[in-house]
Design a protein around this ligand. Sequence first.
Ligand code: UDP
Length: 310
Amino acid sequence: MKYLVTGGAGFIGSNLCRRLLLEGNSVVCLDDLSTGKFSNISELQTDSSFEFVNHDLTKPFFPDSIDGIFNLACPASPVHYQYNPIRTLKMGTLAMYNVLGMAAKFNVPILQASTSEVYGDPEQHPQSESYWGNVNPIGPRACYDEGKRVAESLCIAYKEHSGVSIRIARIFNTYGPFMDVNDGRVVSNFCVQALSKKPLTIYGSGEQTRSFCYIDDLVTGLILLMNSKLEVPVNLGNPDEFTMIELANKIIEISGISSGYVLNELPVDDPQRRCPNIDLARSKLGWSPSVPLSEGLIHTLGWFKERLNE
Ligand code: UDP
């Protein structure tokens, strides 16, 4: 199969490209390198089944022929998506018309990388796909959250109106190798801070929770979803829930380096609790994560250690 992976030079995208190639597929990796990094995919350039295209998806793209699209193009860390909120909203709107139009033209399935952020600061716990969410439409996270929400609406509209075969993965917090040192998210911040012997920056009280999925588990889920016939949103995440203090302590314990914490202000609209209900993925895809946080953090710390020594 020949897949188009948009955002293919990003953290999740580059891991997905590698796995698709390993499984014998061809990959066209599209990225404008605004947050993705060429170094994430540079070693794939020697593979004749891999092609990199530097393109901004808010402008139309016309590939030769493809058998499926993984649409991952969007800044995803709060620091990055809030840097230029207009551009982030364009990825949820303009770029969506372009990729969905492509899926319609080639009559191929498209998997949309949606997010747990569609649930906002959730009032239901854990979050199941039937929950409509609690999103502030005018807050600092709105450019991402509402962009991803309208992107889901566009997928449904193209399915209903144009018969496009859609998959919607609601991706919860994910971590692992190929995360950027300057990504700004909690796992990368804590790992880089610990390895640099700097205090870990805990926002707010540190009692807020997240559920962290190791990248290899997530990529398995994305491919299973693409190969399924499920045309409804599906949560993909690890249901093991941790407070940020617990996460900090794990990273200190595994790295063996402790330089303490500093408490910073909690960002506006920061969700207090987040944990996926993955019953749907379990029952329809036979998927559940297998890598516990402690094991995933060992690989992730190893990845950041190498980056910091370069
Ligand atoms: N966070 C933190 N320290 C950091 C970065 C983030 O305590 O250096 C907290 C943040 O306030 C949030 C959680 O970690 O409650 C996860 O934040 P992240 O930016 O990784 O992703 P989010 O799930 O909020 O999109």
